[in-house]
Design a protein around this ligand. Structure first.
Ligand code: ZN
Length: 176
């Protein structure tokens, strides 16, 4: 962020009076621009004992496998965003279930939320962000070809819970 959205003056990076963090400030019109974390919303879609992964057709992590997820839009709920991303990226048919994982990625200012989603069909129609959408059994999961740590940790928790016979809500902090 370089120029003021209101008056187009050049912004200054400083700690405003009464604050303790550096902010983008406009001295011309006396506005402070606060930057806050973004929510990433997605699902862990499963069909019987298989889970759905999408091969990314876009950067970052082109060609790596991920769960369907993306940035939440204004005006939607966590669940609506997760369902939208699942439809957009995988063209999957599913029933959205409970919130399963919440992952803080403070280093990049993001919080990721994954819901469980029970697939009602094993047919997919991937969107332009996805090269391929397919089902994997646990032993087939390409653990070294996953796009993001949040996806890896969510899948790990899913298989551990399934083994234990009970699904919980998992909160994690991702540091790297
Ligand atoms: Zn201004």
């Amino acid at each position: 962020m370089k120029y003021c959205h209101h008056c187009a003056a050049e912004l200054i990076h400083k700690i405003p009076e009464g604050d303790d963090k550096l902010r983008h400030c406009c001295d011309a019109c006396d506005t402070i621009f606060y930057q806050n974390p973004n929510n990433v919303v997605g699902t862990l879609p499963y069909y019987g004992d298989k889970v759905l992964l999408c091969k990314r057709a876009i950067e970052p992590r082109l060609g790596k496998w991920t769960l369907p997820a993306g940035f939440m839009e204004l005006g939607e709920t966590l669940g609506e965003g997760a369902a939208r991303e699942t439809t957009e990226e995988a063209g999957a048919q599913f029933e959205l279930q409970g919130l399963f994982s919440v992952l803080n990625v403070a280093r990049v200012g993001q919080v990721h939320f994954f819901f469980l989603a029970e697939l009602t069909s094993d047919q997919f129609a991937p969107g332009h962000e996805t090269m391929e959408a397919r089902l994997f059994e646990e032993h087939e999961i390409p653990w070294d070809e996953l796009a993001f740590r949040t996806v890896k940790e969510t899948l790990r928790a899913f298989f551990a819970d399934r083994q234990a016979g009970e699904f919980g809500l998992h909160q994690m902090d991702i540091h790297h």
